[in-house]
Design a protein around this ligand. Structure first.
Ligand code: HPA
Length: 268
């Protein structure tokens, strides 16, 4: 990790962001809003994932978003790629190592609510880990027993809601349920997820939230809704649909994040 921290610090050339954003499938367009952008390929940073998922670029873009220093991770590793739920651990440890204190994760997700159609943005308030995996399995010390009652930072959530309000952008709230993927859910699984209290389903984010809490990073997460869950309307789901639809909600999310940065980050 030290190598990656040193390399990244050198490339940032004095920029000291406190906020990092992880961009989900089809949401890479957010990097275009970064001023004075420095781009650093993951291949330059030991331990960073070499993602093979189309729609995930695999680079850091750092600079200013509405004047606030930020660092964006365009591309993440997913559990379904190699079966490693801790695949993002070296990257997140490196962010922690360069002084990042706040993290906003984004993802593309399927909606379980008719009143939250494709193009919507949902602030994740809590999650259900339905994957059976956990990035801290095998961790040796008692630090592994991380409390998850307030996993999604209250201050960051309030700031995101205020930014949404200020820009007149609708921001739904709900529970995200993590399925391992890479297959989409069955209609029966979607009915189960609804019954269990989930509002959206997806294949990422939860392991990164767990790792963030382990590292002591304040974390928030937003889903961009690309489709209704399997069986909620006719037709088969596809990754192409995810990539095609993500930029629609992605625009809304970009507006919210731009305002958040213009307003300044919550203290701490
Ligand atoms: N299920 C799981 N992951 C997803 C979906 C979905 O319906 N849409 C986008 N990512």
């Amino acid at each position: 990790m030290k190598q990656a921290v040193d390399r990244l610090t050198e490339r940032l050339n004095g920029l000291a962001p406190q906020l990092a954003l992880v961009l989900g499938s089809g949401l890479g367009g957010l990097v275009n809003d970064v001023d004075d952008a420095v781009r650093i390929s993951y291949s330059e940073l030991p331990g960073f994932p070499q993602s093979g998922v189309t729609g995930h670029a695999g680079e850091i873009v750092a600079g200013r978003l509405s004047g606030t220093p930020v660092l964006m991770l365009a591309g993440r590793a997913h559990y379904y790629e190699h079966g490693d739920p801790a695949a993002m651990r070296p990257a997140l440890e490196t962010l922690w190592g360069i002084g990042i204190t706040q993290l906003i994760l984004t993802n593309a997700a399927g909606s379980l609510r008719e009143d939250m159609p494709p193009g919507s943005v949902m602030l994740i308030e809590d999650h259900i880990n339905f994957s059976g995996a956990n990035p801290l399995i095998g961790e040796g010390s008692d630090r592994r027993f991380v409390g998850m009652s307030e996993a999604y930072d209250a201050g960051l959530r309030t700031s995101l809601q205020k930014a949404a309000q200020k820009t007149g952008t609708q921001l739904h709230k709900g529970v995200y349920m993590w399925f391992s993927g890479p297959t989409f859910e069955t209609p029966a699984e979607i009915r189960m997820a609804r019954t269990l209290g989930a509002d959206a389903v997806g294949m990422s984010t939860v392991p990164e939230v767990i790792l963030s809490r382990y590292l002591g990073l304040r974390v928030a997460a937003c889903s961009v809704i690309t489709n209704l869950g399997a069986g909620m309307n006719a037709g088969e789901l596809s990754h192409q649909e995810t990539k095609d639809m993500a930029p629609i909600g992605g625009q809304r999310l970009a507006t919210i994040l731009g305002q958040l940065c213009a307003d300044g980050l919550p203290a701490g």
